[in-house]
Design a binder for this molecule. Structure first.
Ligand code: FFO
Ligand code: GTP
Ligand code: MG
Length: 461
């Protein structure tokens, strides 16, 4: 494929040791060559691929020195984009790197759109769509585990599995075709049924297995949505502050301090949490507080993990008991806070209400019990073998939605065969499954979707 030559700053905006302006396209090397002057007077256009050269960039109009640089020359197709790539390494200053970019643009390159380098890697066939999406996941990864998951997907772990499943479906389709062409052969029909039973079930089971990783995958990628709930004044905001190790939420001894939902990201022993501190749940006349309480109830419904906070120095109330009802069936850790004060709470009753939920006692004032809480969180979500390193995870909502659709359609096909649906109807379902799986890796996806996906990337990627 032939595209124009694009350029962008590929390093973050700010002061640093070095910054990079990257070019990709047919004219990348001639454009750099126009600007470049080395001490020995060598021409970049004459240099071997994958070499780096020291010199100066010169203003083509005035002859003045623009910057002192190192320039890498990489000829396609063995490059990130499969096109000719030039990387100009300049000093890491905002003015410096912008100046280099401006001169590159003046000499024939076009400013790249966000994600356009990676988009070219995709359009030129070096990576598929799920691998390109993984590049973005890798950049955004907040933990080691999330990064390993992205690396696995970038290396094509998911793509390989999807291709294998599509291949199985193609093999069934080939048989179905024979069946349609030669309906008079009974043994062909029998074969088709046997094939369908074996291969279609295999595909269905694999899709199911992948979908089972989606919760873990999404958690790794987006963070576990963790909601702190409890009556007013039990120490919910104190808990948030203690987990993020900063005073992010306002803490006072006035019940009803927190009104809006407060959101913070924190990494607890490799488990990325999206922590949500909520307004203490109680019946209230205060209109602002009441809206806050309503919001607390809303976020509760979408939580992956609940941290239910109780007050050690107070008796259990009806509100506390109600909260246990609300969180029933959800992953919950019960935190009994303020153990530095004399006990008023009935711990036997707490144990009864908590059922299988883990109970942790804390004194946030004295920084007691937070370690144990962190351990409990990690244990709940990464019990033993669940490591992102050696598993194929699906974490991307787009992929998950497509897998759900594929599953539904292939199940219709399987069922269709069992109840004697005409084979050409089954053929349609199988073809559709094949297409849906293809969308994950970017076969048969619409151009506007591709544009939209890459536009979410950072500039220069
Ligand atoms: N300076 C620099 N560092 C960088 C990048 C970059 O573009 N520039 N990358 C950008 O994200 C990442 C590295 N990713 C890359 C992926 C593939 C190829 C590449 O040339 N692939 C060829 C094979 C090359 C070979 O075998 O020698 C290919 O797949 O055909 C280059 C970089 C991280 N570090
Ligand atoms: N003695 C003692 N006081 C605590 C402890 N944890 C929090 N507090 C105090 O309890 C009061 C309420 O704490 P917050 O964290 O604001 O409680 P909250 O649950 O967020 O309250 P609302 O936002 O009103 O629902 C503050 O005065 C805290 O300093 C603790 O472990 N021991
Ligand atoms: Mg609060």
């Amino acid at each position: 494929m032939e595209f124009d030559t694009i350029a962008a700053i590929s390093t973050p905006m700010g002061e640093g040791a070095i910054a990079i302006v990257r070019l990709s396209g047919e004219d990348a090397i001639p454009i750099a060559d126009k600007l470049f002057k080395s001490i020995g007077g060598k021409k970049l256009t004459k240099m071997a691929s994958h070499t780096i050269h020291y010199g100066h960039l010169i203003d083509t109009k005035t002859g003045q020195v623009v910057e002192e640089v190192m320039v890498s020359i990489m000829k396609g197709p063995k490059t990130f984009t499969k096109e000719d790539v030039v990387e100009i390494n300049c000093h890491g200053g905002i003015v410096s790197v912008n100046r280099v970019l401006q001169h590159v643009l003046k000499n024939g390159a076009r400013l790249a759109e966000p994600g356009e380098f990676t988009k070219r890697a995709f359009l030129n066939g070096r990576i598929d769509l799920s691998q390109a999406e993984a590049v973005m996941d890798l950049i955004r990864a907040k933990t080691d585990r999330a990064m390993n998951m992205a690396l696995g997907q970038m290396e094509g772990r998911l793509s390989k599995l999807i291709r294998r499943l599509r291949q199985e479906i193609l093999e069934i389709l080939a048989h179905v075709e024979v069946n349609i062409d030669y309906p008079e052969y009974d043994d062909v029909e029998e074969m088709t049924h046997k094939m369908l039973n074996e291969k279609a079930h295999f595909v269905r089971d694999e899709i199911n297995k992948l979908l089972q990783t989606s919760q873990q995958g999404k958690i790794l990628r987006e963070g576990l949505s963790t909601v702190i709930v409890g009556r007013p004044n039990v120490g919910k905001s104190s808990l948030l502050n203690s987990l993020v190790q900063e005073n992010k939420a306002i803490v006072t001894d006035i019940p009803g301090t927190t009104r809006d939902v407060i959101e913070e990201y924190v990494n607890v022993r490799g488990v990325p949490l999206r922590l949500l501190d909520t307004a203490g749940i109680r019946e209230t006349e205060d209109i602002v507080e009441r809206i806050g309480v309503e919001r607390s109830r809303q976020v509760l419904k979408e939580a992956d993990l609940i941290l239910l906070v109780l007050n050690y120095s107070d008796m259990l109330t009806v509100e506390d008991e109600n909260l246990f009802e609300v969180v029933r069936g959800m992953d919950t850790i019960v935190i009994v806070n303020k153990t530095d004060l004399p006990r008023q709470i009935d711990m036997e009753r707490v144990k009864l209400l908590a059922k299988d939920h883990k109970i942790v006692t804390t004194s946030l004032l004295e920084d007691q019990g937070v370690d144990e809480l962190e351990e409990a969180i990690a244990a709940l979500f990464f019990a033993g073998s669940l490591e992102a390193g050696d598993m194929t995870y699906v974490s991307n909502s787009r992929h998950i939605a497509l897998l759900h659709q594929s599953l539904q359609v292939i199940e219709e096909a399987i069922e269709g065969v069992e109840i004697g649906t005409p084979i050409d109807i089954v053929q349609i379902d199988l073809t559709r499954t094949w297409e849906l799986l293809g969308e994950i890796i970017g076969d048969s996806v619409h151009e506007s979707l591709i544009d939209q996906l890459f536009s979410q990337f950072c500039l220069g990627k």
